[in-house]
Design a protein around this ligand. Structure first.
Ligand SMILES: C[S@@+](CC[C@H](N)C(=O)[O-])C[C@H]1O[C@@H](n2cnc3c(N)ncnc32)[C@H](O)[C@@H]1O
Length: 336
């Protein structure tokens, strides 16, 4: 029987332990999955990323090899679409899918096929290399600590071994100091996540680059203090079969546990854009111009092609929806 654990330890086990959600098959997919991601809606998001990689390859002086590392690659959907759409950098491209869960790595490699310049790894490569590191909806899934402001100080959320109950204990001084710095105005009862693993992942990714770019997409907020002002249920969420769940302590292993990313907890130096602005800047509107024209011309007498055009336009609309995925963040760091 495990002892009382910190929330991040509980979350690690619930997602990635032997009976963990991801280990036992939890997956993203637009249909039939547990949650939908930009990557799984179709190929448009990947087309924008492919265009970005072509541009980055040029900016970096056309290195060969051009190493692209994707963190949290899941079942390889972004990778396979990117390979299909990169143009100028395709000959130099060496793609590394980093995925913690062995079963997903195997599935991804099988889907992509052996002839492609792709390998899969359980962790970030050490580097140094010249290229790009990408991640879509990885940071929100890295286990985080949970702190609660009390009248006098900060408490840390732990999970009891039985009964899935929360236990509050006085937070260690370093964690309390961090929470105080990030959310100095937090009222008693307010909670904040401490996303140390996300910060470490970003730091390691930056260190692995001799020269290049780190680009991460995720939902979240600019500042932790914004989370402290909202109820925990709004920013710490669970998902299963496309449905929002409730208490993250309920039936561990049966649902995804995820948290809005507080970007002020990540290493400094990133340029933050909304996903909508990033995709528009990457040309999503020109990529859908033909579909838009086709839909306008034949919407009253639709053919299979007209309906395919409509599907593409719906995908673009979902990706840039200001009340949905369009409000996610694209954070980019430059190295060298
Ligand atoms: C929400 S899914 C996103 C998958 C994919 N990027 C997408 O957008 O559809 C997060 C993925 O990150 C993986 N993951 C979690 N921690 C990881 C780590 N430290 N390194 C690599 N992959 C990790 C999970 O197993 C899961 O497949």
């Amino acid at each position: 029987m495990p002892d009382i654990r910190r929330f991040d330890e509980f979350m690690d086990e619930a997602l990635y332990g032997p009976s963990g959600f991801y280990v036992c098959g939890g997956r993203p997919a637009a249909r039939g999955g547990d949650f939908a991601t930009s990557v799984e809606l179709g190929a448009l998001f990947a087309q924008c990323v492919a265009r970005y990689l072509d541009r980055t390859w040029d900016d970096l002086g056309r290195p060969d090899p051009f190493v692209v590392v994707e963190g949290g690659a899941g079942r390889g959907t972004l990778c396979s679409h990117v390979l299909a759409h990169v143009e100028t950098c395709s000959e130099a491209l060496r793609y590394v899918m980093v995925e913690r869960v062995a079963r997903q790595r195997a599935e991804a490699l099988e889907a992509i096929g052996e002839s492609q310049p792709v390998r899969a790894a359980p962790d970030l490569p050490d580097g140094p290399f010249v290229g790009a590191v990408l991640a879509n909806e990885l940071l929100d899934n890295l286990p985080f600590r949970l702190l609660e402001r009390s009248d006098a100080d900060w408490q840390e959320v732990h999970v009891a071994p039985e009964g899935a109950a929360e236990v509050l204990r006085e937070a260690p001084a370093d964690a309390a100091a961090m929470a105080e710095m990030l959310a100095p105005d937090a009222a008693p009862g307010a909670r904040v996540p401490l996303q140390l693993k996300a910060a470490v992942w970003v730091r390691r990714a930056l260190r692995s680059l001799e020269r290049g770019r780190l680009l991460v997409f995720d939902y979240g907020v600019r500042r932790t203090t914004e989370l402290a002002q909202r109820p925990q249920s709004e920013w710490l969420r669970t998902y299963r079969s496309q449905r929002r769940g409730q208490n993250p302590l309920h039936a561990p292993g049966t649902a995804d546990i995820t948290c809005d990313v507080a970007f002020d907890q990540l290493p400094p130096g990133a340029t933050l854009n909304t996903q909508a602005d990033w995709l528009i800047g990457s040309g999503i509107e020109s990529m859908t111009a033909e579909a838009r024209a086709r839909w306008q011309q034949s919407r009253s007498n639709p053919t299979a092609e007209t309906l395919a055009a409509r599907t593409l336009l719906d995908e673009a609309a979902a990706l840039i929806d200001p009340d949905g995925m369009g409000a996610f963040w694209a954070a980019e760091w430059h190295v060298g």
